[in-house]
Design a protein around this ligand. Structure first.
Ligand code: NZQ
Ligand code: ZN
Length: 393
């Protein structure tokens, strides 16, 4: 195991009705004037926004509102938010919604207290300072409620990039599984897929002897495998939604990723798809993951065979572990299809003729390590092209 430090000081309030504590928590974490940030309207329709405002009113905390965050959140609204926060002397941002809303809130929080262009952070500058943020989560997926990350798409060129820094960890996050019951089946599946992807990205490691995190990751993927069919059968299944919601946080606040190298190839390759085609991140991952894993299989057959046996219930073929490893990848693919995810480029709405461009932007657009990506296997443009081609069948 590698040396590591882990400090994830987000305060979590989990369960039914916990959003009523929003005002109290904003006050506790030092907010005196709030920007309430939200998405395209689901929180208005569900009445959640009104309840949150009531909770702030009860603590006599003034607020301004900025809605309209789109999935795959855009830079334009971030610039607008920064201007608004400065003009209104906002000292706390409350994100009410999904990963896109939280990520947009994080970008505004960093940009407001920075002299330059907030996009600098999405081109590699570490985030060391930001306004404090709190979140009220409405979809179990991205894990942004506990993560130090944010992903934004710049409208100039539709470039989707991530930024990171401890200042991005929310001060508090309210997780009420009931709030996720209004999610349609498709969005629910996209979230489940993203959570599984966050676990695989950490599982695919070159660090030896990381049994504790291996086992934690396996148990979380098993949980998703068991809970997903329940929630797909009954979108109002509170207990299944509760397990998925907490798994989504644990999968991505990095407690299961410490002390080991991580991969993130599937995410980097997927981000090009959601940037270009505006597909849901989870749907893009469902198509990307089996292709990436198939391409990287030979790098460490036993790692893929191990997860195939421990999570997907495959029989270990000691004479031919590659067969077991491949069965595990197929089991993952079939599971994702069973919960309604797309399986290939066509179903995702992606185009074969874009492959060269996608691979180029994926590698060289990042400008790191001379155009190479991947923490598990180092890949260059021709590898990434080959991976995209595996998604066309
Ligand atoms: O905008 P509204 O009207 O709220 O509708 C949203 C949106 O259309 C809807 N929705 C959310 N909660 C709902 C609901 N509809 C009904 N009832 C509810 N309770 O769902 C749609 C998707 O929302 P979004 O916030 O985009 O989903 P998600 O949480 O999956 O976030 C995706 C974004 O997060 C990024 C992705 O790249 C993508 O841009 N990621 C962020 C990460 C991070 N910050 O740590 C890590 C992830 O790997 C990921 O890359
Ligand atoms: Zn993700």
């Amino acid at each position: 195991m590698q040396n590591f430090t882990f400090f994830a000081p987000t305060y979590f309030a989990f369960g039914k009705g916990e959003e009523a504590k929003a005002g109290e928590l904003v006050k506790r974490f030092g907010g005196s004037k709030v920007l309430i940030h939200f998405g395209g309207g689901s929180v208005v329709k569900s009445g959640l926004l009104d309840r949150v405002k009531k909770s702030l009113d009860a603590m006599a905390i003034p607020y301004v509102e900025l809605g309209g965050v789109m999935p795959n959140p855009r830079s334009g609204l971030v610039y607008q938010g920064i201007e608004l926060c400065r003009k209104e002397n906002i000292d706390f941002i409350l994100a009410v919604g999904g990963g896109s809303t939280i990520d947009s809130a994080k970008a505004i929080a960093a940009g407001t207290v920075y002299d330059g262009d907030f996009w600098d952070f999405y081109q590699g500058k570490p985030v060391t300072k930001a306004l404090p943020i709190g979140t009220i989560l409405t979809i179990a997926a991205a894990g942004s409620e506990g993560s130090p990350d944010s992903v934004i798409t710049h409208e100039d060129g539709m470039i989707k990039r991530g930024a990171s820094g401890e200042a991005f960890r929310p001060k508090f996050s309210i997780l009420n599984p009931e709030l996720t019951q209004t999610l349609p089946a498709y969005q629910t599946s996209c979230g489940i897929t993203d959570i599984i992807a966050h676990l695989y990205e950490r599982y695919l490691t070159n660090t030896k002897d990381v049994e504790v995190t291996d086992r934690l990751i396996e148990s979380l993927i098993l949980t998703m495998k068991n809970e997903a069919p329940k929630v797909m059968a009954n979108l109002n299944d509170y207990e299944a939604r509760a397990n998925i919601m907490w798994a989504g946080m644990v999968a991505h606040n990095n407690i299961v990723g410490v002390g080991r190298s991580q991969d993130w190839t599937s995410h980097q390759i997927e981000h090009e798809l959601s940037a270009l085609y505006d597909c849901a991140h989870g749907a893009g991952l469902a198509v990307t993951m089996p292709a990436v894993f198939t391409y990287n299989l030979q790098h460490d057959v036993m790692r893929f065979a191990q997860i195939a046996v421990r999570v997907w219930g495959c029989q270990m073929d000691f004479a031919n572990p590659e067969r077991t490893a491949k069965e595990g990848i197929e089991a993952l693919r079939n599971f994702l299809i069973s919960i309604g995810m797309p399986k290939n480029f066509e179903e995702l709405g992606a185009k074969e003729e874009d492959i060269e461009k996608l691979a180029y932007t994926c590698c060289y657009g990042r400008g790191n390590e001379g155009g190479r990506i991947g923490g598990f296997v180092s890949l260059e443009q021709k590898d990434v092209e080959a991976i995209y081609k595996l998604m066309v069948f």
